[in-house]
Design a protein around this ligand. Structure first.
Ligand code: MOS
Length: 714
């Protein structure tokens, strides 16, 4: 019997579509009060005065916290790890960025809290702000690392010599804007104290254990005394990867009013309080010989960060291994600006970096007059030439072949503006997708209860990826029982500890722990069966064991294979756009995307993840852009009317192909993780298709209609 791989419906699907799934801030908590954050109008400076008199006198108000009366928290910014952020917890009068929290109003109802929050008045001493990569007040530097995992710079061979030897060259700068995550579910927290030293929190998060650690540190509690619960997450996208200011603010408010407090970040506040994808500017230089063989690749990234935290968008990582080339250099620099903290956003670095690299590869294909697919095949990397390691597996060639065959790539005419559908210009573009295979140690527990039912527990999250379902499949296979016999639960720090659901690593990390915990439980059961011939009923076996229940737990370690092999998923994305030059309309009309991502654990949820990634790429290529007021840095586009994301009418049928790929090294399951790869490469495929349709190369995302207008008309 094999449940793994089957396209099982989500076990939580019915709950979700019938409104039965309880999201963090929907949890019924008795006597809960409501908190609203008041943010600064000023961008940078010092609070002169916060006038809370009217707010305090408003009906239903229980407390108004400001820097003048909030509890002092000496460890407010003691961080537990590289993804923890500097928080603004009303500790002083400093304003570091626009729309920073300056007060928290607590009232008996949400409406009364909102009303009172509107009555808070503040004045500021303001300073000038630096808001763009090229502004004179910015401070450019080389970070120590390009993100938690990557080296800042890399070099192999001699790029200058490689460029000098090249027959064909491309040298272009590509820019990407600020993007905001905008999951459907807002960030929000319910905090409830039990006495002075026990705290329970329902929080919308991708990492309950990270939130627990941060709260324990800030409030000086033993981590065992903090319980974080999150059963359903309405989209993560990276912003929910760590605790932001509103989480401890909810706990501070609850303490101040001696009641549980619910605090929901509003949609406009989502644009300043929970991170964003930073602006990037990427210089890409490519050279190839007359046969299209790459002689040099250079990829220099500059991205923005804030004054008080460092976040690096690591755009150059995949450039180090994606193509065979003797001379490759990558660099990452950041510029400190007067903005809120950028953070991980849907394939951070890979999404933005593949946009630039794969656009440049398309430009090189045109410079050398070689079909873009053929150019990539001529430069196929058989090994990781940067790390000098074999790939643990790499079926990218099959992805190119199967994707191209399904799409009909061979029928493409090379020249721009050469394909039409009536009055519409038709463009076909392709790009390579890639995402690293991350795995972290994780743990899980499996048990047979006295009544014979099977329960499997891991304190992980289901951020919409299908974790509930996949873990159930893995457990059923390992225990040799039907899918329906397993009850899997997650989202509670009372369960075994697991890593953050980021970096597309939950299935691989926690799935492996579930598999091994279930293998241990099966060994226990097999021994009992052997000792008690003829006894098959699970409840009877538990009774025979003399124990109240049969329990097995497993904690995984990272295998040495991660040092020996280079581990990445790959894909090939083929896109068609149709452009109406008269009316100024760009439509994506067809996509075929083929991925080699190791073992696919659930064909249905995997397809959904991969489509989701491609849709976000469509948004990245054509729609998404956070716009700041150039005077103050405040976000202007702070709702889903002004911040454009793809909706149904924007999205055509997207055909997903998963290429068979056996990988014995990545983890117990052979799964590489598919949460983010769909958001790599594809935006370049769309941009390349727009070039093919129109002959116009837009190197500044998003490709808005005005950027396609002939010069002088924009
Ligand atoms: Mo994803 S941006 O690693 O949560």
């Amino acid at each position: 019997m094999s449940e793994v791989g089957k396209p099982h419906d989500r076990v939580d699907g019915r709950l979700k579509v019938t409104g039965g799934a309880v999201y963090a801030v929907e949890t019924p908590v008795a006597n809960v009060a409501h908190a609203v954050i008041v943010t600064s109008g000023a961008a940078r400076g010092t609070i002169q005065e916060v006038d809370v008199r009217a707010a305090k006198a408003a009906p239903g108000v229980l407390a108004v916290l400001t820097h003048e009366n909030a509890a002092k928290l000496p460890d407010a910014n003691k961080k537990g790890g590289p993804i923890d952020k500097t928080l603004q917890l009303l500790q002083d009068a400093a304003i570091l960025y626009p729309d920073q929290p300056i007060a928290v109003v607590v009232a008996d109802t949400l409406e009364r809290a909102q009303h009172a929050a509107d009555l808070v008045r503040a004045s500021f001493d303001t300073k000038g702000v630096a808001l763009t990569l090229d502004s004179s007040g910015g401070e450019t530097y080389a970070p120590k690392k390009a993100g938690p995992r990557g080296e800042t710079d890399s070099t192999r061979g001699d790029v200058a010599a490689g460029m000098a030897a090249a027959k064909f060259k491309v040298e272009q700068t590509y820019t990407t804007p600020v993007e905001n995550h905008n999951p459907m579910e807002l960030h929000g927290t319910i905090a409830a104290w039990q006495g002075n030293d026990h705290l329970t929190v329902y929080d919308a998060t991708q990492g309950i254990f990270g939130v627990r650690q941060r709260l324990a540190t800030i409030f000086g509690l033993a981590k065992e005394n903090v319980r974080v619960i999150d059963k359903f997450v309405g989209g993560g996208f990276g912003c929910k990867g760590s605790a932001w200011s509103h989480v401890p603010l909810a706990a501070m408010a609850a303490k101040a009013v001696n009641r549980p407090v619910k605090l929901v970040v509003t949609r406009p506040q989502m644009f300043s309080l929970v991170g964003h994808r930073p602006v990037t500017s990427q210089l890409v230089r490519l050279g190839c010989d007359d046969k299209g063989k790459l002689t040099a690749i250079e990829h220099k990234t500059t991205s923005e960060t804030c004054r008080f935290d460092e976040f690096v968008e690591p755009c150059g990582m995949q450039t180090r291994h994606l193509y065979s080339c003797p001379n490759v250099a990558t660099t990452h620099r950041v510029v400190k600006l007067d903005i809120s903290t950028p953070t991980f956003t849907r394939a951070p670095g890979e999404a933005t970096g593949t946009y630039a690299l794969e656009s440049a590869m398309d430009e090189l294909a045109y410079a050398a007059n070689i079909d873009p697919l053929e150019l990539r095949l001529r430069n196929y990397a058989e090994t990781d030439e940067q790390e000098k390691k074999p790939f643990s597996s790499k079926e990218l060639r099959k992805a190119y072949q199967q994707g191209a065959a399904t799409f009909g790539w061979a029928r493409r005419k090379m020249a721009p503006r050469s394909m039409r559908d009536g009055t519409l210009l038709v463009g076909w573009g392709l790009a390579t997708a890639t995402y690293p295979t991350h795995v972290s140690p994780s743990s899980a527990l499996a048990k047979v209860k006295a009544d014979g039912t099977i329960q499997v527990l891991a304190g992980t999250q289901d951020i919409g990826t299908g974790t509930y379902t996949i873990m159930t499949q893995i457990a059923a296979d390992e225990l040799g029982v039907p899918f329906d016999a397993v009850k899997f639960d997650l989202g509670d720090t009372a369960y075994p500890e697991t890593p953050v659901s980021g970096g597309s690593m939950t299935a691989a990390s926690t799935g492996s722990a579930v598999k091994l915990a279930c293998a241990k439980l099966r060994t226990l059961l097999d021994a009992l069966r052997k000792a008690n011939p003829g006894v098959t009923d699970l409840a009877d076996l538990v009774r025979k064991s003399g124990q109240p229940e049969l329990v097995a737990e497993h904690k995984t370690e990272l295998s040495k294979d991660h040092d020996k092999y280079s581990m990445h998923a790959h894909g090939a994305v083929f896109a068609e756009v149709k452009v109406d030059e008269e009316l100024g309309i760009i439509r994506v009309s067809r996509v075929v995307a083929a991925y080699a991502a190791g073992k696919i654990l659930n064909a249905k949820t995997a397809r959904s993840q991969l489509i989701g990634g491609v849709v976000w790429s469509l948004g990245m290529a054509l729609e998404e852009e956070t716009v700041r007021d150039p005077r103050t840095g405040r976000v202007i586009t702070r709702d889903l009317a002004d911040y454009h994301v793809p909706v149904h009418a924007d999205v055509p049928d997207i055909e997903i192909i998963t290429v068979e790929e056996n990988d014995p090294y990545v983890n117990e399951l052979g799964a590489k993780g598919i949460g983010e790869i769909g958001n790599t490469g594809a935006s370049a495929a769309f941009a390349n298709a727009v070039f093919h349709a129109t002959g116009k190369r837009v190197r500044d995302l998003p490709i808005r209609l005005d950027k396609l207008l002939p010069e002088g008309r924009a």
